[in-house]
Design a protein around this ligand. Structure first.
Ligand SMILES: [Zn+2]
Ligand SMILES: [Zn+2]
Ligand SMILES: [Zn+2]
Length: 98
């Protein structure tokens, strides 16, 4: 992997070389499952493969994961969505090739 997996957007992001994971078969927020809570959308950590729920969800596990690990890059794993968000840069920094 590497930055070639992402078509960069207008915003420069110095973190794209941290991408190690771009896809997952996980389709639940496992932390919400354990809590018995619902979630809205799922986000995949592109550094370690953690799947967490989005900021519209009650528990915001994707953001919590960033705070705990400083892994800056996530993608949406909602069907048809390929954008990459950088928490450090607070913007969408590109779109994955697949
Ligand atoms: Zn960045
Ligand atoms: Zn969650
Ligand atoms: Zn991670």
């Amino acid at each position: 992997m590497g930055s070639s997996a992402v078509t960069p957007g207008a915003s420069p992001c110095s973190h794209l070389d941290q991408i190690a994971v771009t896809g997952t078969r996980t389709n639940v927020c496992e932390e919400c499952v354990q809590l018995g809570d619902p979630w809205v959308h799922l986000r995949l950590c592109l550094v370690c493969g953690h799947v967490g729920c989005c900021d519209a969800s009650k528990n915001r596990h994707a953001t919590r994961h960033y705070r705990q690990t400083a892994h800056p890059l996530i993608r949406s794993i909602e069907p048809g969505e390929r954008w990459v968000w950088c928490y450090a840069d607070e913007t969408i920094v590109g779109v994955l090739a697949k």
